[in-house]
Design a protein around this ligand. Structure first.
Ligand code: ATP
Ligand code: MG
Length: 263
């Protein structure tokens, strides 16, 4: 059999242990853009803050079998954790504050780093892409995401210390590759909150490209108030204000990602 249809990575962890760099915003708007263009997409909230869950208008909601907390800590079938969203083709595994305890409770569970993989593997056939929104830490929840994922998408805030601390993430990925998930790849580095009125943004962008080379997406996400406002309306920015620069950038990112996968 010839390998004509090379499948791209399907499960993507959106990770950076630094807080507030645009992980959740990227998960919501990239996933929604892809769902709007007809792809079957699943969002997985692995952050006890639950920002992804509230950002798609599902704050405090549980699926039939519960939230990601029960998905990780019980053996209930994964299908029971899927919630629909206001967007066709976009599903969610929600999270709430209970997940805070999981980081500790998982420690004594057998194969504790593989729990999320166990949940997502049976769901792969139902979706074209699965995005995992990680918390701002390199703890057991993020580790579970890195073990479950085919590749990592790293959002980087365009500011002075952007690259600092990234060594920890890259080091963690290297360790995961060495043992728990040898095929873990870097999907790409995404420059976020870019302000073209300052030189600093351009300098940081240049440094990041020097370091990560062609792993950096051409699409840059600008600083845009609509991206900041949309979550308080429980709506993805690409729906809340589709004409905003922020929304347009995420639609462009979705196209760039698909083009890369097709190449
Ligand atoms: N490009 C942008 N322009 C303006 N505001 C943005 C942009 N991207 C994200 N924001 C806002 O900045 C804040 C942090 O973004 P977000 O929640 O996506 O980051 P995060 O990396 O998921 O944070 P955490 O580490 O806490 O999970 C949010 O209030 C979000 O609405
Ligand atoms: Mg977040």
């Amino acid at each position: 059999m010839t390998d004509t249809a090379k499948p791209g990575p399907k499960v993507l962890a959106i990770a950076n242990q630094k807080g507030g760099v645009g992980k959740t915003t990227t998960a919501i708007n990239l996933a929604t853009s892809l769902a709007l263009s007809g792809h079957r997409v699943l969002l997985v909230d692995v952050d006890p803050q639950g920002n992804l869950t509230s950002g798609v208008g599902r704050k405090g909601e549980r699926a039939e079998a519960g939230t990601i907390y029960e998905a990780l800590l019980t053996d209930a079938p994964p299908e029971g954790f899927l919630l629909s969203t206001q967007v066709d083709n976009l599903s969610l595994i929600p999270a709430d504050r209970n997940l805070t305890g999981a980081e500790i409770e998982l420690v004594s569970v057998p194969a504790r780093e593989h729990r999320l993989r166990r949940v997502l593997d049976p769901l792969r056939a139902q979706f074209d892409l699965i995005f995992i929104d990680c918390p701002p830490s390199l703890g057991l929840l993020t580790l579970n995401a890195l073990v479950a994922a085919d590749a990592v998408l790293i959002p980087l805030h365009c500011e002075y210390f952007a690259l600092e601390g990234l060594a920890d993430l890259v080091g963690t990925m290297r360790r995961v590759r060495g043992s728990l998930n040898p095929s873990l790849d870097i999907e790409g580095v995404l420059l976020t909150m870019y302000d073209d009125r300052t030189n600093l943004g351009q300098l940081v962008a240049r440094d990041v490209r020097e370091f990560f080379k062609d792993k950096v997406f051409n699409t840059i996400i600008p600083r845009n108030v609509r991206l900041g406002e949309a979550p308080s309306h429980g709506m993805p920015a690409v729906l809340y204000d589709a004409r905003s620069r922020g929304a347009a950038a995420y639609v462009a990112l979705a196209k760039e990602m698909l083009a890369r996968h097709a190449a």
